[in-house]
Design a protein around this ligand. Structure first.
Ligand SMILES: [Fe+2]
Length: 344
């Protein structure tokens, strides 16, 4: 990895969000699979139902710099592909010496999984175990030969570390590499052991985005109706948050409208370019109303992302360990800047 940090570089995956057809069942699955403590489900009051507020749950690692979440979907998911074949798949760091313990826990809770496999196919050497949640969303435990600093320091009581990577489907690897190079300061990692048709984009602290070439893009993505709110949040330095969005707002179109209002065919949805758009969160709606550009962005294959601010906790200035700065704080700064007639 280059020692010079590119402008606006992404350092970690702060959070990853899936869709579910049964939120209580998903949160107990997450407790059993990872050891993350159960958290309340949002959206389940009468007043929230009257406003049609999203029903969701986030579960977070200690310190709050890593989370997973699930949003209740409006329709039931079609069946997923076999384990290890459906995408996206979200990975979590584990230590290789704990592999047996993790397998025992998955078996104890009847969570289906693959056998551990040693591989270097996705950009680094290690051992992978694939598993799934009750909705068929897929995940991986990843025990790398070399553990990056910050990966296990916030591990759960069951010794599951932070998010290590996400694997996505992609129709054009070069186009995706150019997109993340330009807007997220991410370099393509080339390695003789990396599998054919695989793009590895490395983050500064050690995590990866992995894209696998496919003919047809993943079913369970935010760009596809009727699904919504599955996304990946990428950590950037606190001060790089607005400059990163400015580059995107300058360089990318805004979606024509929320997809539930557009009623487009799947074919049309799959032909949309990389773009920015409405982030379907309470803050996201306010953001869009205030600024007329959304704080969500989509890659060329309909996967949704947003940036997330990180403040270093270590004296060396790295984001190996960081404190998160929430979208809400940035929204306040945006509102204040606009009030003064300035850009954020
Ligand atoms: Fe998010």
């Amino acid at each position: 990895m280059s020692t010079v940090e590119p402008k606006g570089a992404v350092h970690w995956i702060d959070h990853y969000v899936v869709g579910t057809n049964d939120l209580p069942r998903w949160s107990y699955w997450a407790l059993h699979a990872t050891g993350l403590p159960i958290q309340p489900i949002n959206g389940l009051t009468t007043n929230m139902r009257k406003k049609n507020t999203p029903i969701f749950c986030f579960m977070w690692w200690e310190g709050g710099s890593c989370r997973i979440g699930a949003f209740l979907q409006p329709e039931n998911y079609p069946p997923a592909k076999p384990l290890g074949q459906d995408m996206p798949r979200c990975g979590f760091y584990i230590r290789s010496e704990d592999i047996d313990k993790h397998l025992r826990r998955l078996d104890q809770h009847k969570i289906s999984h693959t056998d551990p496999v040693k591989t270097a196919a996705d950009g680094e050497e290690g051992t992978v175990i694939c598993f799934a949640d009750p909705d068929g969303n897929q995940y991986e435990f990843w025990a790398p030969a070399q553990m990056p600093e910050g990966a296990m320091e916030i591990a759960t009581a069951e010794k599951v570390g932070r998010i290590s990577h996400v694997v996505f489907g992609c129709r054009d690897l070069a186009r995706t590499a150019a997109f993340f190079g330009k807007y997220c300061g991410m370099a393509v990692e080339r390695n003789a052991k990396t599998a054919e048709g695989t793009l590895v984009l490395r983050m500064r602290a050690g995590a990866r985005l992995v894209y696998k070439v496919v003919d047809q893009i993943d079913e369970r993505i935010a760009g596809h109706s009727p699904w919504w709110d599955m996304h990946t949040a990428l950590t950037v330095r606190e001060a790089e948050f607005f400059p990163n969005y400015r580059r995107m707002w300058d360089g990318l179109p805004e979606e024509a409208g929320p997809k539930e209002n557009l009623n487009d065919s799947r074919e049309k949805e799959d032909a949309f370019p990389a773009r920015t758009g409405l982030h379907r969160s309470p803050v996201g709606y306010q953001w869009k109303a205030l600024y007329h550009r959304g704080d969500e962005f989509y890659d060329w294959d309909g996967h949704a992302f947003h940036f997330f601010g990180g403040i270093p906790l270590k004296n060396d200035g790295s984001l190996a360990l960081y404190q998160g700065k929430e979208q809400e704080d940035y929204l306040r700064e945006l509102a204040e800047a606009l009030k003064k007639g300035a850009q954020p």
